[in-house]
Write a protein that binds this ligand. Structure first.
Ligand code: EPU
Length: 298
């Protein structure tokens, strides 16, 4: 099968921030062999590769990405009975929740608050305080970074923590995740999803952002509270602005460059550090270089 590898593709169209320069190479992976071939291509070209799901938790540099972006378009969902569902890495979380609801299977409605894909959710152990993807996973199939064949691994493999997993370091690719769901009437799930989405809309701004920019430093105080108490709400750099509605949301108000968002975040970081002596850590993946800790993400 021929695989189309495009060159110099604007990344702004693939992320919720709607910013970022071009990827040197970009291609879609629709199945495991394509994913494997693309990873080999990046190795042969001696360039970094990055798997992208929904693009809801990334900030790409205005200079772009010097390697291969692999769009995870592996989108199948399989039900196995007994509440088990396997979702491929590219499946959108909301679609998974609603597809499972059709089978009267629930237990993951809380993830309706999380934009993005199954692969991205495993990578960053996405969730809200009462539900994390790591909690409901039975096992996952990954393509380990140092091996050429898929491997089935238990949840422990990922060493899940708050917004953390081991694969952030190892760069294994999540091909699919098998989750254990609980029987629940479809109408009840739909009501729960509706309530979560409504609660989110009350607290969080709509518009172009990556959701929470910083991780919460602990259970209290939250990043949003620290930023609000530091007087940063509404602060602007170029087209980037700290949301008036939620302090931990930095919005692209229209024509923001990634540099505007980063500079705004660095400013907020410095103010919070000065006022509270707390050094906030980004939750968003800043690509290719994270200026907050001085090391490269790739
Ligand atoms: N708060 C303020 N000022 C603000 C914002 C929040 O004082 O401007 C206070 C709130 O009053 C509350 C506390 O901070 O007491 C926590 O705020 P909130 O309930 O909005 O939750 P959060 O901790 O800011 C986390 C996740 C969100 C997730 C919500 C679900 C992180 C970094 N963020 O936000 O996840 O949707 O819980 O309630 O863990 C994301 O990861 O992108 C994301 C949006």
């Amino acid at each position: 099968m021929d695989i189309l590898i495009q060159k110099n593709v604007a990344l702004s169209q693939f992320c919720t921030y709607r910013t970022g320069g071009p990827a040197r190479f970009l291609a879609e992976a629709v199945d495991i062999p394509t994913m494997f071939t693309l990873r080999e291509f990046a190795k042969q070209q001696n360039v970094p590769h990055l798997i992208l799901g929904g693009g809801s938790n990334v900030l790409f540099a205005d200079e772009g990405f010097p390697g291969l972006i692999i769009l995870n378009r592996m989108n199948r969902v399989f039900f196995h009975g007994q509440g088990l569902v396997t979702a491929e890495g590219g499946v959108n979380l909301m679609r998974l929740i609603l597809t499972a609801a059709e089978q009267n299977l629930g237990g993951i409605s809380g993830l309706a608050n999380v934009p993005g894909s199954v692969g991205g959710a495993v990578y960053g152990n996405a969730g809200i305080p009462d539900i994390w993807i790591g909690n409901v996973m039975m096992h996952a199939t990954i393509l380990p970074s140092d091996q050429n064949k898929p491997m089935i691994v238990p949840p422990d493999y990922f060493e899940f923590g708050y917004r953390e997993s081991k694969i952030k370091r190892t760069r294994d690719i999540v091909l699919s995740a098998t989750l254990k769901l609980t029987p629940c009437p479809k109408a009840l799930i739909q009501r729960e999803v509706h309530d979560y989405v409504k609660a989110r809309a009350l607290k969080q701004p709509a518009g172009a952002s990556c959701g929470s920019f910083f991780k919460n430093p602990g259970t209290f105080p939250s990043a949003g509270w620290l930023i609000e108490q530091s007087g940063c709400k509404g602060m602007q750099v170029g087209g980037a602005q700290v949301s008036e509605k939620h302090g931990n949301f930095f919005m692209n108000t229209g024509g923001a460059a990634s540099a505007d968002i980063l500079n705004l975040a660095l400013k907020v970081h410095a103010i919070v550090k000065e006022k509270f002596n707390v050094s906030l850590e980004p939750e968003v993946q800043i690509i290719p270089n994270n200026p907050f800790n001085g090391h490269s993400e790739h």
